[in-house]
Structure formats: C-alpha cells, structure tokens
Design a protein around this ligand. Structure first.
Ligand SMILES: C[S@@+](CC[C@H](N)C(=O)[O-])C[C@H]1O[C@@H](n2cnc3c(N)ncnc32)[C@H](O)[C@@H]1O
Length: 219
C-alpha cells in the first residue's frame, strides 16, 4: 500500500490491526528463540504494538520502524514512556529507555542501521503488503537482517478472493518461494482462528489460518 493509505488510516484511527493485548504466538514462541536479555530486536512496520512492550519486558532493546508519526507518538503516550527525538537524514529517531522507534519508510532504512540486531519480529508487516510490494519487502527484510539472526514471523492465510486486504493472505507456498532463498524456515504453529475474527466471519471467509514461523537469515 502507498504511504498515503497508512497515513490516512492513522489519521482516521481506523486501526483494526492493532491488538489490545500482546500476541499469544509471541508469548508462546519467543522464548524458543533463546535470545539473550540485552539483545537488540528489530520490529519492522511496528505500529503502536504492545508486542514491543513484551519484548522490552524480556530485557531486550527494541528497534521499531514505522511510517506514521501519529502511531509512534500514541505508542509512547499510551505506555507513559518519556522520549527524545533526533533527526538523522530523512528519518526521525524517537528514543525511550529501551525502545527506539525510527519514523520513516522501511525501504529507505540502510543495512548499517540494523547491523547489530540479534533478532526480529514481524507481525502484520509481511501481510500488510499486496503481492508486488510484498516481494520487494521480502528482499528489503533480507537486506536488513544480518546473517544467522533469527526472528519470529506471524502470518495470516485465507482464500484471497473472499476479502480485500490488508491484511493480505500469505500462503506457506509463498513463504517457501520468496523467503526460502534468504532464510531457513521452520513452521512453529498453524491454527484456524476464524471464530475469533468477526470481520472475516461477516464476509463469509471459509477459513483463516494464523501461522508462526521461525526464520533464520542464511549466511
Ligand atoms: C498492519 S499494520 C501492523 C502494525 C503492527 N505490526 C501491529 O502488529 O500492530 C502495518 C503498519 O505498517 C506501517 N507502514 C506501512 N508502510 C510502511 C513503510 N513503507 N515503512 C514503515 N512502516 C510502514 C503502517 O503505518 C502500519 O502502522
């Protein structure tokens, strides 16, 4: 989607993707990555997700990237975190104690910015893109994740013709085709979550799978 689409969503507060609690897959699978407390974790397209608070509570340093300044300001305000802002090239860095949110377009982030991350977390980032941009995002993610670094990817899959995204359907076959060139992939879980998703139910979507994958950047 074009940046304007997301700016408009944040302006109108049409943010149905935002979860009022920490993602259950994150709580269940993050410990299996075995990352050290002080590790820096990259969160692409982070929104104002409470998942970043969970990661900070595990002792991690969180580095998010988000287009919308509104999202970032709401994140810090709603979690009562004092922050400072610094401009670097075309990006603004919002810094709190353990959380740094980079306001800007993910496609303009240089690999040097994420060079010292030890993990990453993608929930509703890969599935936010329509097909062409998703392939571009996959390449960008691969460029930003250093060799041997692991992360958790959470996706949704459903018959795409039954609903207009976002979120867009991402199948296990897509993951294999476009991510396997860059990442070792292991499926951790896949569950039908249709019953808990009224928007999909009301559109008669017949099934909705939420999957969690562990990805490790190939050397
Ligand atoms: C579907 S939301 C997911 C947010 C978050 N991951 C969550 O779980 O709540 C996608 C987010 O990506 C942001 N976004 C869209 N395009 C972006 C881009 N090119 N660079 C950085 N962020 C972007 C949007 O503003 C939006 O907050």
């Amino acid at each position: 989607m074009e940046p304007q689409f997301w700016h408009e969503k944040w302006k109108m507060q049409q943010i149905g993707f935002h979860q009022p609690q920490v993602n259950p897959f994150l709580i269940r699978f993050w410990p299996t990555l075995g990352l050290a407390e002080n590790s820096k974790i990259f969160v692409p397209l982070c929104g104002k997700s409470l998942d970043m608070c969970y990661l900070a509570e595990q002792g991690h340093q969180v580095q998010g990237c988000e287009l919308s300044q509104t999202a970032i300001e709401q994140f810090f305000a709603e979690n009562q975190l004092p922050f400072q802002v610094e401009s670097k090239q075309q990006h603004q860095y919002f810094n709190a104690d353990q959380i740094e949110l980079i306001q800007g377009d993910i496609f303009t982030i240089a690999p040097s910015v994420t060079a010292n991350i030890a993990g990453f977390y993608d929930r509703a980032a890969l599935i936010a893109w329509p097909e062409i941009l998703r392939q571009q995002y996959a390449k960008t993610l691969a460029m930003l994740i250093p060799a041997n670094v692991s992360g958790l990817l959470i996706t949704l899959d459903y018959p795409q013709e039954t609903l207009k995204g976002p979120p867009f359907a991402v199948s296990p076959e897509w993951i294999e085709q476009y991510l396997a060139p860059y990442f070792e992939i292991s499926l951790l879980s896949c569950e039908d979550v249709l019953a808990e998703n009224p928007r999909f139910l009301s559109k008669d979507v017949p099934w909705l799978n939420e999957a969690a994958y562990k990805l490790t950047r190939k050397a």
